[in-house]
Design a protein around this ligand. Sequence first.
Ligand code: DP6
Length: 402
Amino acid sequence: MPSSKSPVVVTCTAPVNIAVIKYWGKRDEELILPLNSSLSVTLHQDQLRTTTTAAISKDFSEDRVWLNGREEDVEQPRLQACLREIRRLARKRRSTGDEDPRTPSLSDRVHVASVNNFPTAAGLASSAAGFACLAYTLARVYGVEGDLSEVARRGSGSACRSLYGGFVEWQMGQRADGKDSVAQQVAPESHWPQLRVLILVVSAEQKPVGSTAGMQTSVQTSALLKFRAEALVPAHIVEMARCIQEQDFPGFAELTMKDSNQFHATCLDTFPPISYLNDTSRRIMQLVHRFNAYHGQTKVAYTFDAGPNAVIFTLDDTMAEFVAVVRHVFPPEVNGDKFLKGLPVTPVPVSDELKATLAMEPVPGGVQYIIATQVGPGPQVLDDPDAHLLGPDGLPKPKPAA
Ligand code: DP6
């Protein structure tokens, strides 16, 4: 047993995920149960990840949480829901006699510190990686095993999909208590090694409406959302899973773009309307369609969440040419070296014929930078004690390790 001076400390990382069939709308706000199933691709943590440390000690007088070095209000309802849920699961495990004698007492308080390795300014949904990491780390520190969908979901719906690597479906479930509203892997990260992901970070002109508030208004006002959830998404989920299983890129790409467009159509059908896309987002869409038309096949797909950034899917043999085309249409405004982050991409020229087909006037600075990445694994435990974000006193270390 640990002495009262040494807290039990665990550090884990979790990935970002991007939905190719979107979740938009809840049937239960409290339990965070969705109106439709959704399907996502887990991005590689070499490029984008959240790191979370949880420490438990008898010496702590209260639960405390730090995000990117700043202390947060631990009373936030969603944070409280995750803590309650994990302690409930831990209690259940103990009552069934599966207890590991080294696990800390449930009455001990927890300190949690979490950092993202990507700038919040990038406008990427960090809550999915953040709550998945919280659920996974708390489970490790409290000795809880099994599916953690419910814990992560109570933090943010899309977070349950970040509990697994590869390709993941969040099944909406049927039960009122949400026990069957869980994430499940459709295919592992090794399944489609050629798939590549480019995040095009676009300058936002305005602060977008958050997803939680946005989808609430959509549920209340959009008839299109209801129709989409009931009549269209079920078949799209089946078709998307088939495209992934068969590595059918054109099928995967077309359905991804159509689903993104349909999600943004439901946002416009919301009253008052919500628009997440800006002029640059629409130019990227045009660029993708013209690029595909030039090649006579669907080689690139876009998808957009609750903001103007584009997420592009393509295959390894097309990535360099598409990056060159993005550079051509959106010439980097300041430092050309910092335009491309993540996976290395060999510079290639854009042919005059392709430039002529695109027929797009360059917009300098429209895309701030690109992050090149690929499909990746689910959450990981970091064994190196240097990775801990909390020191032996249970307070954030002066310099975060991630
Ligand atoms: C457009 O999971 O952020 O990214 O459950 O209210 O926290 P809450 O919403 P959230 O919504 C994500 C919406 C989306 C689509 C998706 O990721 O499926």
